[in-house]
Design a binder for this molecule. Structure first.
Ligand SMILES: [Zn+2]
Length: 104
C-alpha cells in the first residue's frame, strides 16, 4: 500500500516533499533551541517595603521611597487599631523571576 503510493508520486514531487519536510524539521529544531536558551537574565530589582502595625495586626507592602529605613515610625495610623505603623522589612525583589514562574 505504501509502496504503491510512493510509486504514484513522481520523483520530483518526492524530492519536493523531502525538501519541505527538511525545512519543517529545521524550523522546529530552531525553535527548540530558541526555547531551551533562557531569556535575558538581566535582573530587574525593585525595592519593596513591609509596613507593619506595632500591634502586628496589620501588614502591607509598599514600594521604597527615599528616607525609609527599618524601624522607622510612620505618621500614618493602622487601619485596624489606629496604632502607629513602622517599617518592618526592606528588601529587593526580582521582577523578572516574579513574572516568569517556570520553576514549580
Ligand atoms: Zn494595628
Amino acid at each position: 500500500m505504501i509502496s504503491n503510493l510512493a510509486l504514484a508520486i513522481s520523483p520530483e514531487t518526492q524530492s519536493l516533499i523531502t525538501l519541505v519536510m527538511m525545512a519543517l524539521i529545521l524550523t522546529l529544531f530552531y525553535y527548540a533551541i530558541l526555547k531551551s536558551i533562557p531569556p535575558s537574565t538581566q535582573e530587574v530589582l525593585t525595592t519593596k517595603v513591609i509596613v507593619r502595625c506595632i500591634n502586628e495586626d496589620h501588614e502591607e507592602q509598599r514600594t521604597f521611597q527615599k528616607g525609609m529605613y527599618i524601624g522607622k515610625i510612620l505618621d500614618e495610623k493602622c487601619p485596624k487599631c489606629s496604632s502607629s505603623l513602622y517599617i518592618h522589612r526592606i528588601y529587593a525583589e526580582n521582577m523578572f523571576e516574579e513574572k516568569t514562574t517556570r520553576k514549580p
